[in-house]
Structures are given as C-alpha cells and as structure tokens.
Design a protein around this ligand. Structure first.
Ligand code: ATP
Ligand code: MG
Length: 504
C-alpha cells in the first residue's frame, strides 16, 4: 500500500524532499542548501550538478527518516524556483553553463535590445509579462551568445533548456537515457515564450529572441503522469505526476483554487498570487498575468501575481554581507530592541524593483539616516521593508480586481517572525492568517501529483485539509499606518534612477 506522496522542492536556496500523508501532514523532510554563486555585481548563479546531487541526497534522507521505501510512495510531485534557466547537453547531461538565477540582472542589455522601440510591453498581451531580466527567456539568450560553441550546438539540436523543474524531472526519469524533457504550464508561463491562451510556445517570439525551438521542453499540465523515476533513483518506477512553479504550488497548497482566492509567500522574495479562474485578466497596476494551474485535460486557471524580488534575502544579506546577525531569527531580537524604525527606511532594490514598479534602474537604498540610527533600526527597517512592499502589491491586486481583500493567507520561511507578521497586519489594515502546514509550496506539488494518481479524489478533499494555525489582527491606528506608508513611498523614489551607462 502506498500511503504517501513525496514532493521535491527545488528552491532558490535549498532543495527539499518532503513526504506527506493523506491529511497533508508532513511525515519527514530532507533538506540541503546549495551555493549562491555571485561572480560579479548583479550576477547570481547555481551549479545544476550540485542541485541534481543534493536532490538525490534529500530524497534518501526524507525516505530514511520516515523508514519508508519507494513502495510506500504513490507519486512524486516537483516544485521549483521558477525562472532560473539551465541549458545542458542532452547527450551527456552536462550543463554548458551554471544555472542563471531569476534574481540575476546581467541580461538587461538583451532586454533593452529586444524591447527596442516597442518597449518592454512588446509581448505582454500574449504572454502576460513585461520584458525583464527576471524571466528565463533572456537568460537562455545570454548563454547562447556568451558560452563558446553554445549556439552551434543548440542549432544542431544537442542543447536543451529547462527551468529547474525540468532539470529535476529529466534527471529523475533517466537523464541522457530517455529522460523526459517537459515542463508544466505554470513554469512555461514565466519564460516570455508561452501564449497564455493556447498554452503553446510562440515560434515568432522564439525567433525574435533567436532561441531554437528544439531547445524547449514540451509543455504539459500541472497534474498528470509525465513518466516514471528510473533505475538509479531510490524512487525508481514511482510515477512523477505533478509539477507547479513554487509560487503557484504554494497557492495550491493553501487550497486557494478559485477566482478571488489568494496567498502571499514570504521566502527569498515575496509573491502574492490572486486566482482569476479560467479568465485571463490583464493588470493595469504592475502585476503579472500568469497560469495558476492546470489539472490534466481541464482548462487552465489563471492568476495575477505581485512579485517582489527581495524580502527574506534581505535578512540573509544582513547575516552574510553586513554580519549584524548570525541567523535569520536574530533579526527579530534586534528589531525588538527599538520602539520603532527611528525614521530609517530600507528599499532593497538589489535587482531593481519588481512589482508594482518594474524599475530596472533602481538600486538598494537606506534613507532617513541620522546620527541616532543604529543597527537595530536598520534591522527593523529591513523587516518592515517586506511589509511595505507587500502592502503596495496588495493595493495593486485590490485595484486590478476591484474588490478589497479582507484577509491575507500567508506562508514561507519569514512567517515565523511574529514581529513582522504583526507589523504586516498593521500596515495592511486586514488580518494575516497562517495555516497549520506552512510548507505549502511542497504541499501544493504533492497535491498536484496525488490528484493525478487518484491518491486524492478532488479539490474538496484538499480544501478539507486546510486549517488555520494563527491570526494577526491589525491595530486601528490608521493615521500612523498612512504616515509610514507615505514615508516608505518617498524612500522608494530615492532608490530609482540610479543605474547609468557606467553604473550597474
Ligand atoms: N525568523 C525569521 N525572520 C525573518 N526572516 C526569516 C526568518 N526565518 C527565515 N527567514 C527568511 O526566510 C527565507 C527562507 O524562507 P523559505 O525557506 O520559505 O525561502 P524560499 O524562498 O522558499 O527558499 P527557497 O527558494 O530556497 O525554497 C530566508 O530568506 C530567511 O532569511
Ligand atoms: Mg521555496
């Protein structure tokens, strides 16, 4: 009897394998961080081989900790950091370059070139996205143009592309020996190449970018059997049956399936997703239009998304670059030592500003400094930055949808921070709600896989698994909320227009 589903979460900072039972409860976890490779300002890379090997290891750890074998596992689900691009040789399985990570801004000149006179919204009506370094499309172009011999090999049909879901799937299902080269609609919707209506690659856009069609994976639904894990895997012969990009997976794991339902994930960055059902809604307020999920042959469900590049990674920056804390939770201790931010605002525009501004010319700024300010104020300002950015994205969602959200469902690593969650509620003016299973990203991938193999029967069964754990209620100091928001917005303007021809 197979009583469990395993989810493989290939994240920005780590790879995780999590075993879930039928109630959606966590049975065991294996997790391993991988190196963040930053060769120069603005560049962020991962080693795909390290990721592949870590994934194999964490599968072993998760199974071992629960004393399980592949016979206990009904299906495998995959979820992943979404726009990170890997290009590899399909004959050897060796990547021609490191994975270029979603935060990487090196492709701005390629973005500018392709945008040309038409501007960054050149393909927005078709793909739902503005041209930006964030998405995987221009990262493929960079590899083809900068890695010696890559273009020739790609044109000869030897190189293939994938986001990390595809990289994990291909390796798990055999690699050079018959590996399945596929992705799901949610990941495909982040490339700049997929038509939201037809859910197919656009040959004209691929041609504009100069990316050979033969590199692209097959686009499949988010919930179906893609293939089976192969001989060398501890999961051999287990069906791989679900793929969702991490943010869509978290939404699915929050059981936010229907139009009007939403969630906000606080991880490396923050991502608020608002489901719009089977309707494709165009944003007037700086949000992306993306695919929410597609179950087998059923129609695709779409969503609006507010993507914020830097939230949790700012806390890591305080730890790794500034050295004022030695672990992420310590930021709360520093922040608690002061009554307020002392007038300090921290705009973490490390990769420019994403939603709702989309300003590649912005860079990080700490403003409002006086002789009074100390490290505690900076820690507090760093935490508050997450809440302010979220408020601006929520305002955009409210404006686009025409209805104000009455509460915010949250998940991700940062929601362990009570000070942040209370401040978030205060700044939003609506309650913030955390579910019992906070690992919603992995849970969503498990749900997609479990639905495909009949482990779960329908969405109602999944809805019944959702349980509230904690709720933060806003204070009623509206004047203070508005004052802080005004200062935040002023701080944001100070981060803009920083990048010049000779500054990156
Ligand atoms: N107590 C805390 N206070 C503030 N931030 C925290 C706290 N604990 C963790 N974080 C931040 O949360 C982030 C990790 O959250 P999570 O594991 O959800 O990230 P993620 O984006 O999903 O990562 P990955 O992409 O690797 O899956 C880190 O950036 C870390 O700095
Ligand atoms: Mg994650």
């Amino acid at each position: 009897m197979s009583e469990y589903i395993i989810a493989l979460d290939q994240g920005t900072t780590s790879s995780r394998a999590i075993v879930f039972d039928k109630k959606g409860s966590i049975v065991s976890v294996g997790q391993k961080e991988h190196e963040q490779i930053m060769p120069r300002a603005g560049w962020v890379e991962h080693d795909p081989i390290e990721i592949r090997d870590n994934m194999r290891e964490v599968i072993g750890i998760a199974l071992g900790r629960a004393n399980l074998t592949r016979h206990d596992i009904a299906a495998v689900g995959i979820t992943n950091q979404r726009e990170t691009a890997v290009v590899w040789d399909k004959n050897t399985g060796i990547p021609v370059y490191n994975a270029i990570v979603w935060q990487d801004t090196r492709t701005q000149p390629i973005v500018d070139r392709i945008a040309g006179d038409a501007g960054v919204d050149r393909y927005k009506d078709i793909v739902g996205l503005p041209l930006a370094t964030y998405f995987s499309g221009t990262k493929i172009v960079w590899i083809l143009e900068n890695v010696e011999g890559a273009r020739e090999k790609a044109e000869a049909g030897d190189l293939i592309f994938g986001t990390t879901d595809t990289w994990v799937l291909w390796n798990l299902t055999g690699g050079p020996d018959g590996g399945v080269h596929a992705t799901d609609v949610t990941n495909a919707s982040r490339t700049l190449f997929m038509d939201l209506k037809t859910l197919a690659w656009r040959d004209d856009i691929l041609a504009d970018f100069g990316v050979p069609r033969s590199m692209m994976p097959e686009i499949r639904s988010s919930s179906e059997v893609y293939g089976e894990a192969r001989d060398t895997s501890l999961l051999r012969e287990t069906p791989v049956a679900g793929i969702l990009g991490d943010q869509q997976a978290a939404t699915f794991g929050q059981a936010a399936f229907d139009a009007g339902e939403s969630k906000n994930t606080y991880g490396t960055g923050n991502f608020l997703i608002f489901q719009t059902g089977t309707e494709i809604v165009k944003s007037e307020n700086g949000l992306l239009t993306t695919v929410g999920y597609k179950l087998g042959d059923e129609p695709a469900h779409y969503a609006l998304e507010g993507s914020i590049a830097v939230t949790g990674s700012l806390i890591q920056w305080l730890r790794d670059q500034l050295g004022i804390i030695s672990s992420a939770p310590e930021v709360e201790e520093l922040a608690a030592k002061v009554e307020d931010n002392g007038g300090v605002y921290f705009v973490p525009a490390f990769s420019g500003l994403f939603a709702p501004y989309w300003r590649p010319d912005a860079r990080g700024a700490i403003v409002g400094l006086t002789r009074f300010a100390n490290r505690n104020h900076i820690a507090r300002a760093a935490l508050e930055a997450t809440a302010f950015q979220t408020r601006e994205v929520l305002d955009a969602v409210n404006a686009d949808s025409g209805v104000d959200l009455t509460e915010l469902k949250v998940d991700g690593g940062m929601i362990a921070n009570d000070t942040l969650m209370q401040f978030q509620a205060d700044i939003l003016g609506v309650p913030v709600v955390r579910p019992v299973v906070a690992e919603t990203t992995a849970l969503g991938a498990a749900y997609a896989a479990g639905l495909a193999v009949g482990f779960w029967n329908d969405l109602d069964e999944l809805r019944a698994n959702w349980q509230e754990d904690k709720r933060w209620t806003p204070n009623d100091d509206v004047a203070e909320r508005e004052r802080q928001l005004r200062l935040w917005k002023k701080a944001v303007t100070k981060s803009m227009d920083w990048v010049d021809a000779d500054v990156n």
